[in-house]
Each structure stands twice: as structure tokens, then as C-alpha cells.
Ligand binder design. Structure first.
Ligand code: FES
Ligand code: FES
Length: 125
């Protein structure tokens, strides 16, 4: 199966059944980012007293952007805004156990969308 060859077992399972893929109603913060491929990832956050209680994402992009958005959310939940501002594309890649070379930019797109959401939240306060 092509997805298995590309992603390995764990990430294929995440791609088939992402935990955080949904549009959130009335998020406290949201941010989206478009990659040079033209696809976008949007991240939604619920934040109470500078702690991220909930995260979700939506993407128009490829399978790698789905697993990257999902991992960005997973890494953000229960973190403070400060801690989540440190989550990089490399962190997402590491947590996913890597992505094919031509798909690593999707992890960076997910972290940019997360940083955009956090920046918007900080800017609103
Ligand atoms: Fe466009 Fe992955 S989101 S290539
Ligand atoms: Fe598509 Fe970066 S160019 S995710």
C-alpha cells in the first residue's frame, strides 16, 4: 500500500484516523498558513489562562499535511502558550518519526500555522 510505504505503520494509522481533524466553533485563537504548494493548514485553539486546553486543525492539503496538523495539535494540548511557541517543524517531524524528504515542508507548514494562531492570541490580549 502506497501510504504504508510512504509513512510507515504509525503515521498511516494517524492519516486514516486523525484525532484532531475538525473545524472548531468559537476558538480562542486560530491561524492559517499557505505553503508554496498552494495548500493551507489552519489550527484552532482553546486557551484558558495561557494554557492550551483544546486544539484542532483543518487542511486542504496532502496526507503529510494531515498527519503534521494532527501532530501539531497533539503536541500543543496541555502546553502553555510559551511552551507551544517552541514547537517547530523539526519537533513535529521527530514526533512523527520523519516524513519523506519531499513532504517535510508540510510539517513546517503545520508549525507555522500553530505559531500564527499563538501570535494572533498574544496579539488579541
Ligand atoms: Fe501541500 Fe503537503 S500540504 S504538499
Ligand atoms: Fe506545501 Fe510547504 S509547500 S506544505
Amino acid at each position: 500500500d502506497a501510504a504504508l510505504d510512504m509513512f510507515g505503520e504509525k503515521t498511516t494509522a494517524r492519516w486514516k484516523n486523525p484525532s484532531f481533524a475538525r473545524i472548531m466553533n468559537s476558538p480562542d485563537a486560530a491561524g492559517d498558513m499557505a505553503g508554496s504548494c498552494g495548500d493551507t493548514i489552519k489550527i484552532f485553539l482553546k486557551i484558558t489562562e495561557s494554557k492550551i486546553n483544546e486544539a484542532s486543525f483543518y487542511t486542504s492539503g496532502c496526507g503529510a499535511s494531515i498527519v503534521s496538523g494532527d501532530m501539531a495539535c497533539e503536541l500543543s494540548v496541555n502546553k502553555t502558550v510559551d511552551q507551544a511557541s517552541e514547537i517547530s517543524g523539526e519537533d513535529i517531524l521527530t514526533a512523527l518519526g520523519g516524513l519523506p524528504e519531499d513532504k517535510t515542508h508540510c510539517a513546517h507548514l503545520a508549525s507555522s500555522a500553530l505559531q500564527e494562531a499563538l501570535g494572533n492570541w498574544i496579539g488579541q490580549k
